[in-house]
Design a binder for this molecule. Structure first.
Ligand SMILES: [Zn+2]
Length: 419
């Protein structure tokens, strides 16, 4: 048997982080005419590199197969759009961006972020691999190119549109199988004096909060600040600052600069500037939690099994008592959870989602139907299993009306909770 190699350092991947068995691509929502056809399942076996500690899913599925016709439209989440606006406000002020500047976003989706810069007359360039989503962004007047970022495409885009003062990448750094090529692309897009910011879920929170359902084929790596630093360094980008965010269950926003930027004044660090104290404190917290050693990553698999056991116990009991359980949301993470636990429409009659793209389709693997949210008020189920727990505050208030008929909300992660 051949052993996959670490995409960062090339070491053979012999250590398991967690093995979730076989699962279909979690964004492959099925139309009704595909229900009777075969479906492809891929391993969800997450490894950790014993040398550089990068937690990673070997590229069982090429990125082109996943992201060319993607179903995730960022603008369907109110809190995510608000998060993007706060970022745009902060960056415009901190960097003094204006009509002479350029903001480039990689994986710009439907323009949920860049629209806030466009509203301030700041030139933007979106780089989005999914043609269907890029088209939506262009429809909103947001300049968008359909590309997968790599070293060559980064250089080509920079030569056509110029290098950017700010290069943003939100929830994309975990999604690239060619981590080194993508990082080279980032370095090609940014000015020598510019800034790259990347948001990605923090491995520390994934482990602490048992967010194992964020593991799916679209997520090729699960980053700590330490491993992100190692990845960025491959293209000469150095971490200058880091923020801890609550999005996606606990993310990092890393601020990186070209390490060769020599016009920022000598400070003796060899960088021309010093990393902020936040960088040290996040690294210290990771080290404290054991994330800077191989052994510190063990034990996660057992925590994952407990979640599965408790959720199945709940659903089987509810079923035995004649209660009706349905889902809320059809996020990718829900599909990992449902497939891993073997939950089908006998235990979860259907789910609902606000995205018209998903309504009328079926969840991959489990074939649970997806309806519009209005269905909940018509059916008045006993329990609503909330799948996108990262939007818990938003969803709790959206679903307050479930209490009117005595229904209750169920959160499966980090541990089963019925509220
Ligand atoms: Zn490695």
């Amino acid at each position: 048997m051949t052993i996959a190699e670490c995409r960062l350092c090339g070491t053979g991947l012999t250590e398991t982080f967690v093995d979730l068995g076989m699962s279909p691509l979690c964004e492959s929502y099925l139309p009704v005419d595909r229900l009777d056809s075969a479906e492809t399942f891929y391993p969800l076996h997450v490894r950790i590199c014993s040398s550089c500690l990068l937690v990673q899913l070997p590229a069982y599925v090429p990125g082109e197969d996943i992201f060319s016709d993607y179903a995730y439209f960022s603008s369907y989440s109110d809190s995510w759009v608000a998060h993007a606006k706060r970022y745009a406000d902060m960056m415009t002020e901190t960097l003094g961006l204006g009509p002479e500047s350029l903001v480039t976003e990689v994986a710009s989706n439907d323009g949920y972020l860049l629209q806030h810069f466009v509203a301030r007359d700041i030139p933007v360039l979106g780089v989005e691999p999914a043609a269907n989503i890029a088209e939506v962004a262009r429809g909103k007047g947001i300049r968008t190119e359909t590309y997968f970022l790599g070293a060559e495409t980064g250089a080509e885009l920079a030569s056509r549109y110029g290098r950017a003062d700010l290069v943003a990448g939100n929830n994309v750094y975990a999604h690239v199988p060619d981590l080194i090529g993508f990082t080279a692309g980032l370095a090609a897009l940014v000015k020598p004096t510019g800034l790259v910011t990347l948001e990605f879920p923090h491995l520390l929170r994934l482990i602490e909060r048992r967010q194992y359902d964020t593991i799916y084929h679209e997520h090729y790596q699960y980053l700590s600040l330490l491993t992100a630093q190692r990845a960025l360094a491959t293209a000469g980008l150095a971490v200058a600052d880091v923020e801890e965010l609550s999005s996606h269950g606990g993310s990092l926003r890393v601020h990186a600069r070209p390490a060769a930027a020599d016009n920022l004044g000598p400070t003796g660090s060899g960088l021309g500037w010093e990393p902020s104290s936040n960088v040290k404190s996040v690294l210290d917290a990771e080290a404290e939690a054991g994330l800077h050693t191989l052994d510190g990553h063990r034990g996660f698999a057992e925590a994952v099994f407990m979640i599965k056991r408790n959720l199945l116990d709940f659903l089987l009991t509810a079923r035995a008592e004649g209660k009706r359980v349905v889902g809320y949301g059809a996020p990718g993470k829900g599909n990992t959870l449902l497939n891993h636990c073997g939950i089908r429409s006998d235990l979860l009659a259907y789910t609902v989602d606000r995205s018209p793209y998903k309504q009328g389709r079926f969840l991959p693997g489990t074939h649970i139907p997806i309806h519009a949210p209005e269905r909940l008020a018509q059916d008045r189920p006993d329990y609503v299993l909330v799948l996108p727990w990262n939007l818990r505050t938003e969803i709790s208030s959206q679903l307050a009306y479930v209490r009117e008929w005595g229904g209750r909300l169920v959160y499966p992660i980090p541990e089963l909770e019925v509220v």
